[in-house]
Design a protein around this ligand. Structure first.
Ligand code: ADP
Length: 643
């Protein structure tokens, strides 16, 4: 008998379907391996127990017959077709099976064989787990089991259980919702059939006793709905400590993924704005260490962005960072922004070239209001400030030009009018004398002519100045004896010199230059006239001509009022008159030196002044000598040009 049983056992183990063999009292005496897997019991645990215990209560009796007897009695009618019943697993899960029953032998020798085939098209429900039959009792609920079911059904996670096959033996509603597949389809699903390598690897891990995590997109078998999920796999053990399957805790991470994507998009937007904004931006944490800086701020600080991270402004900028650090600390301490602080990088010892910056610091808060750190906004206003300064300078110059023009108009009209009154007086005297037949005094006539000459001189200066401005002052250079030219000018001025002495110091040799003699006379005349005019107390006007190297040097020295030092460089500007000459005492349009400078420079020379207020002035003119010049004077006086 034992040998027959063993043989039967071997046969049954080889079968794919679960088999249960009972004696005539419907007590189990053998189950095959497939049945062990399906039901979760070992054959030793079931041996001798009524087979009815493997089915729910409602199947125990059909009318007055046991389930087994009933099916045996219906064998003829069923013609070998199986009957669907629920079988109860050891863990309390009821699974739908097709059951066929066969019998052999009679009386005490009768052997009944139940063949079960699992169907996967039913909603498995977790009922109370069966007490081990050897305890002999009815399945008993425990409060722990209730709690367990409560937790499983209300968990925010999808939960499924699978056996070693690995077939899903149970799941909660949440799982069905997550994967978009009815529970009855989920239960009974062989995880293998999902053909997901990563998933299978996790299952294998659990079946070998380890936990595993699956992160991926689960595609529902029927609806093909794709759900991003995170599944935590864990092994399940039986009382004997052997792995009998596993559980999967499924989290639908689509919301989280969406939020992450949204966050990533927002972040990308912010980073783009951060990096492309035309201002320097940075963020420091509550320890005042840089967390993020954009390229502009990095450039201002003279270090690459990554060299800032985790460091304090002091560590990045040295002493130059202390002003920034103080501002940042103020924001942290008060929670109030500090806006528009101007910083001169040189003044605070900031490294790199000098720049003018405006810095603003703002507290950065989380939505709940707690301080996350300080945002920094720096603007380099060096260019803007320079432009402002330039604008201010131009504005000042424009105002000055307007003032000069207004002054000039009043000076010019005054200057032109001044000779007219004495001229008209003298002419009236002449007229009266002639009417009375009296003799005419030549001095009166000479004085009248001098007034006309003065007016002509003023008008010529105005015309020359406007020609210079228009670039139309013509020069007619020729070999010219400068020594004779100066002498000639001084002789012509004899009549004007009044109480002054004109002293001329000249070299023994000729001094030849290549120049327009008419224009050079104009320069020398202007210098000597000024020397006379601005030396009201008389004295010696010292005119000196010498040569030095390739240059002819002419100087006109007077003992006059002198020129304030800060005005000296402006003397040669158009219309400029030093502040120590009042219009009333010293007539003039401020054009003589302007015209002289233009003439001298266009001859390749230079004109400058040395002077002290109250001590007198010396005007110097340097002109290039005519090289290879004849040592004798030209036969005739230089040709004069009318300009
Ligand atoms: P003007 O004499 O008609 O004012 P200039 O161009 O010849 O014009 O001279 C410009 C200014 O330079 C004068 O207004 C005067 O302030 C100053 N200046 C020129 N020559 C002398 C000088 N020899 N001594 C003192 N100041 C002088």
């Amino acid at each position: 008998m034992a040998a027959a049983n063993e043989e039967l056992s071997a046969w049954l183990d080889a079968a794919v379907d679960p088999w249960i063999a009972c004696d005539s009292h419907e007590h189990v005496y053998l189950i095959n391996r497939a049945a062990e897997r399906l039901l979760g019991w070992t054959r030793e645990q079931l041996q001798g127990h009524p087979v009815a215990e493997l089915f729910p209560q409602q199947f125990h009796h059909q009318g007055d017959q046991s389930l087994v007897r009933y099916l045996l009695s219906r064998r003829q009618a069923l013609g070998g077709r199986p009957t669907k019943v629920l079988a109860r697993r050891r863990d309390g899960v009821e699974v739908l099976v097709e059951l066929t029953v066969g019998t052999s032998g009679e009386g005490e020798d009768e052997r009944i064989v139940l063949s079960l085939r699992r169907l996967h098209e039913v909603i498995d429900t977790i009922r109370e787990p069966m007490e081990p039959p050897r305890d002999g009792g009815e399945a008993r609920r425990t409060s722990g089991d209730d709690l367990y079911r409560l937790v499983v059904e209300n968990a925010p996670l999808g939960i499924f259980h699978y056996d070693t096959t690995p077939i899903i033996t149970a799941c909660n509603e949440r799982l069905a919702t997550i994967v978009g597949t009815p529970k009855r389809v989920v239960v009974g699903l062989n995880l293998m059939s999902l053909r997901d390598e990563q998933l299978m690897a996790c299952v294998r891990e659990t079946l070998s006793g380890h936990s595993a995590d699956y992160v991926g997109d689960y595609a529902a078998v029927t609806s093909h709905k794709v759900t991003p999920v995170h599944i935590r796999f864990a092994p399940c053990y039986n009382d004997a400590g052997q792995v009998e399957g596993g559980v999967g805790l499924v989290e639908d991470v689509s919301e989280r993924r969406r939020a992450e994507r949204q966050r990533d998009e927002n972040l990308a937007l912010l980073i783009t704005l951060f990096e492309t904004a035309p201002v320097a931006l940075g963020f420091l944490d509550t320890n005042l260490r840089y967390v993020r800086v954009n390229g502009r701020l990095a450039r201002i600080n003279g270090l690459p962005p990554e060299a800032h991270l985790g460091r304090t402004p002091y560590e990045v900028l040295g002493e130059g960072g202390s002003a920034a650090a103080a501002m940042l600390k103020q924001v942290l301490d008060t929670g109030e922004p500090v806006v528009g602080q101007e910083v001169d990088t040189q003044a605070v010892g900031h490294p790199g070239p000098r720049r003018l910056l405006t810095g603003s610091c703002y507290p950065v808060r989380a939505p709940d209001g707690h301080l996350l750190g300080v945002g920094v906004l720096v603007e380099d206003i060096t260019q803007r400030r320079l432009a402002e300064e330039e604008r201010e300078r131009l504005y000042r110059e424009a105002r000055e030009a307007i003032r000069v023009r207004d002054d000039f108009l009043s000076i010019a009209s005054h200057e032109l009018k001044t000779p007219l009154t004495p001229l008209s007086l003298r002419l009236a005297t002449l007229e009266r004398r002639l009417e009375r037949g009296e003799s005419v005094d030549p001095t009166t006539l000479r004085h009248a002519r001098q007034h006309i000459l003065r007016m002509t001189g003023l008008i010529n200066d105005l015309l020359d100045a406007s020609r210079i401005e228009a670039g139309r002052l013509a020069l007619h250079p020729q070999a010219t004896r400068l020594d004779s030219l100066v002498e000639h000018v001084l002789q012509a001025m004899e009549a004007q010199r009044g109480g002054h002495e004109l002293r001329y110091e000249r070299p023994e040799h000729d001094v030849q230059v290549f120049a327009d003699p008419y224009r050079l006379e104009q320069v020398v005349t202007n210098l000597v006239e000024n020397a006379l005019k601005y030396s009201p107390d008389g004295g010696v006007i010292h005119v000196k001509l010498e040569t030095r190297g390739e240059l002819a040097l002419l100087s006109v020295k007077d003992p006059g009022i002198g020129i304030p030092e800060d005005q000296q460089k402006l003397l040669f500007e158009r219309y400029f008159r030093a502040r120590n000459v009042s219009t009333r005492s010293y007539g003039g349009l401020g054009l003589g030196l302007y015209i002289s400078r233009d003439i001298v420079e266009r001859h390749g020379g230079r004109i400058w002044v040395e002077s002290r207020v109250g001590e007198g002035s010396t005007f110097h003119v340097a002109l290039p000598l005519l090289t290879g010049a004849p040592s004798h004077p030209p036969a005739s006086q230089p040709e004069r040009h009318v300009h």
